[in-house]
Write a protein that binds this ligand. Structure first.
Ligand code: MOS
Length: 754
């Protein structure tokens, strides 16, 4: 036993909270070093075509300008890795075309020059003096305009995208009840508060970069290849990241160009993307169009499902929003077919955003299930219960730990679902239309692998533990989670633990993505702490007459408040500091690693689940939808920090409200640029849009997944939310909105007043 105050599963305050609210936490754009020069990137003002003239004379002669880089003087770069091959140390660029490589233009905003000057203002002014001439070419920025042809991608993340089991055509033809409906979601953008930013400098042939990244080792790999260096010669730091939601995993062109300019000038260079550049030069979630065909028996048992998806990708690069990863596994359906096709548009390559695949996938699937429940005259929860599989229908493997129906039961009780009257428009409150909807949340259990080192050393009269790993703190609570794991694992007050993260010189750790980092690092931290407990006990055994019942099993001892004791003689506890002192050792150290798991192993399928219950209130005269209540219950294995988990779930649900009602990156189809590329135009929920949100979880550890039993919970919160809202909107109005976001104009066009 470790003894002491039990921290795991309790609400623990952020150990970095004070640093964040006082401004002491430093983000990449804030890094100041002596002799720093400032870079501004110039973007193309056409979405397609070619640069036929570029005149940098005026920019070069402007005050303070140190360097103007274009495709003519950029110089060589090494090969840039593209795609996810190694999620710990591999790295990938955001687009395969190297920055400032040549003259073709693929999308609006594509970098055509970089201007570096003494001050940001000088760089910005000089950037405005770079003269460009383009030969424009035809383009499309939305799927509907894309000239095609669409093509079928093979696989993504090692998973086939075209899937078939059974005989869906025959099963559909013979079904008692059928549904055929098509859903659309628009381009969306992560739109994190912190802009993408990099600061780089060279000391001889060693490169140091501060980058707002969720993957310091990925950056290191990309930069090492780009500059022909061994990885040890590159150090990437990201101690704090101000939001990313997927958009800071791939290494952006600006990071490479910042390092290039710093080498050319022999001084540090900083680049901070403008808010507009964040929207045009960082990937977005692509548009999706999803057609579902369902067939079922009269009793609601699904016999056939077809899911045809079309999403967009970039002109040169492939990104797949894998919407069918959910439909293939969520319901027991013997006859299933999924197809996926891509069309190319003139936009930056799309990228991961907030449960990529699952978010638009669950919107369409869970909306279709709701429509089908009405067609079958069934309660939507009953329909889900009737089709709930115990084994993953796609892989055939049993789920390691699944409690979805318990989530529905508990959520239904907390929400009061039994009081719902199913008929649309039947729950008015005066002139206000009230609707209740449900939907399932789901996200796979990923563990990409990490090494965590724990060090215990003397500090003043006591000890201090330090936990070290390269993973980034992306705002989700990694510092706190590892601090509480070490405090619990070593039997120390949490104030006695320091956590160091976001530094490529630290032990190897996977990217902070795919909701995996806690699942990857917590078991490694726990194992390192167990190792140190063993080392401490051995030191104690080495002391003459120190502990009673010497050489008992380690589990017989208590490790609490920095002391080892035995329950038989609690007064004879020995402090860790004394053990270190008497052994003459300055510190003890241990390191442990976890091996990757991607949603399954030989025996199990690893998947998290949840149930959302939503109430909307709609003002029919103006078509305004307010989400007035949300109750969500999750099944994510063991929760380590109840406070951070609650915040994370709520954050995901707020994202879901944004997806359902507000978020859409709107392109000007005549000129090819996003017109709402700023924080005023790209709408996300504000406090007034968010009701009280009731989140809870089924606290069942998944010990088949890892030794701690936690599956990770970063992304599951958003999945299913938009469907639950759309389903509630239907219940309130009798109008089914199949294309997001659900804006007042769409509701008013549907005559919801009558
Ligand atoms: Mo997340 S969208 O996997 O960074």
């Amino acid at each position: 036993m470790t003894g002491g105050a039990r921290l795991i599963g309790t609400p623990v305050d952020r150990v970095d909270g004070r640093r964040k609210v006082t401004g002491a936490a430093q983000y990449s754009a804030e890094v100041m070093v002596p002799n720093l020069a400032h870079a501004v990137l110039v973007g193309s003002t056409v979405p397609s075509g070619r640069v036929v003239g570029i005149d940098t004379t005026a920019a070069e002669e402007a005050p303070g300008v140190a360097l103007v880089l274009t495709h003519r003087n950029r110089g060589p770069l090494g090969p840039l890795p593209m795609g996810l091959k190694d999620l710990v140390a591999g790295g990938t660029v955001a687009e395969s075309r190297p920055p400032l490589a040549d003259t073709p233009i693929r999308y609006f905003g594509q970098y055509v020059a970089m201007v570096v000057a003494e001050t940001l203002e000088q760089a910005r002014y000089a950037a405005s003096l770079v003269r460009l001439e383009y030969a424009p070419a035809p383009f499309a920025v939305v799927m509907e305009d894309a000239p095609g042809p669409a093509y079928r991608p093979g696989s993504t993340s090692g998973e086939d995208l075209q899937v078939r089991r059974g005989d869906p055509d025959a099963a559909l033809a013979s079904a008692d009840v059928r549904l055929d409906a098509t859903y659309r979601t628009p381009s969306e953008h992560a739109s994190a508060m912190e802009p993408h930013a990099a600061v780089a400098w060279w000391s001889g042939d060693t490169l140091t970069v501060y980058d707002a990244t969720q993957w310091v080792l990925g950056d290191r790999a990309v930069l090492a290849l780009a500059f022909g260096l061994p990885p040890e010669k590159v150090r990437v730091l990201a101690p704090f990241v101000g939001g990313m939601f997927g958009s800071k995993a791939e290494t952006g062109a600006h990071v490479i160009l910042t390092a290039l300019a710093a080498r050319r000038l022999g001084r540090p260079v900083k680049t901070v993307l403008t808010r507009q550049q964040v929207f045009t030069n960082v990937g977005h979630r692509p548009e999706t169009e999803q057609r579902f065909e369902f067939g079922a028996r009269r009793d609601g048992r699904l016999v056939a499902m077809r899911h045809h998806a079309r999403t967009h990708t970039a002109i040169d690069d492939e990104y797949v929003e894998a919407v069918n990863f959910t439909s293939r596994m969520l319901y027991a359906c013997p006859n299933y077919e999924a197809t996926h096709e891509l069309v190319r548009v003139n936009a930056m390559k799309p990228t991961w955003m907030r449960a990529p695949g699952e978010t638009p996938g669950t919107f369409a699937l869970e909306s279709a299930m709701d429509e089908f429940a009405y067609a079958l005259r069934m309660d939507p929860i009953d329909l889900r219960r009737r089709n709930d599989p115990e084994a993953n229908p796609h892989t055939g493997k049993p789920f390691s730990s699944k409690h979805l129906l318990a989530c529905y039961e508990r959520g239904g009780a907390r929400f009061g679902w039994a009081r719902r009257t199913p008929a649309p428009r039947s729950m008015r409150d005066g002139d206000t239309l009230v609707g209740w909807g449900v939907a399932t949340a789901t996200y796979p259990g990923y563990l990409m692998g990490a090494t965590v080192r724990v060090r215990l050393e003397r500090e003043n009269s006591g000890v201090r533990a330090t936990v070290l790993t390269a993973g980034s703190e992306i705002g989700t609570g990694m510092y706190t989670m590892l601090a509480l794991m070490a405090a619990e694992g070593l039997g120390l007050p949490i104030e006695r633990v320091t956590v160091e993260l976001g530094d490529s010189d630290l032990p190897r750790c996977a990217l902070a993505g795919g909701s995996n980092l806690t699942a990857s690092t917590a078991p490694a931290a726990a194992a390192s702490c167990a190792d140190i407990r063993r080392q401490l006990l051995n030191l104690a055994f080495a002391l003459p007459d120190a502990l009673p019942l010497a050489r008992g099993g380690i589990d017989d001892y208590q490790f609490a408040n920095g002391r080892i004791s035995h329950p038989a003689a609690p007064s004879r506890a020995i402090g860790y500091a004394d053990l270190l002192a008497s052994s003459g050792r300055p510190s003890l150290e241990a390191e442990a690693s976890t091996a990757p798991i991607f949603g399954q192993n030989d025996r199990y399928s690893f998947q998290s689940f949840g149930a959302h219950f939503v109430e909307v209130r709609i003002t029919p005269d103006i078509g305004r939808t307010r989400v007035s209540r949300v109750v969500s219950v999750f099944d994510v294995g063991r929760v380590l920090n109840a406070k951070a988990a609650r915040s994370q779930f709520i954050g995901g649900i707020v994202f879901g409200i944004g997806q359902a009602l507000l978020e859409e990156l709107v392109y000007d189809r005549a000129h090819g640029y996003p017109v709402n590329a700023d924080l005023a135009g790209y709408l996300v929920p504000v406090h007034a849009d968010v009701p009280d949100i009731d989140v809870s979880w089924i606290d069942e550890p998944d010990l088949n997944f890892n030794s701690v039993g936690c599956r990770g919970l970063g992304e599951i919160g958003i999945t299913g939310v938009a469907a639950a809202i759309a389903n509630a909107v239907y219940h309130a109005t009798g109008v089914r909105i199949r294309d997001l976001p659900i804006t007042p104009d769409k509701l008013l066009q549907s005559q919801i007043r009558h």
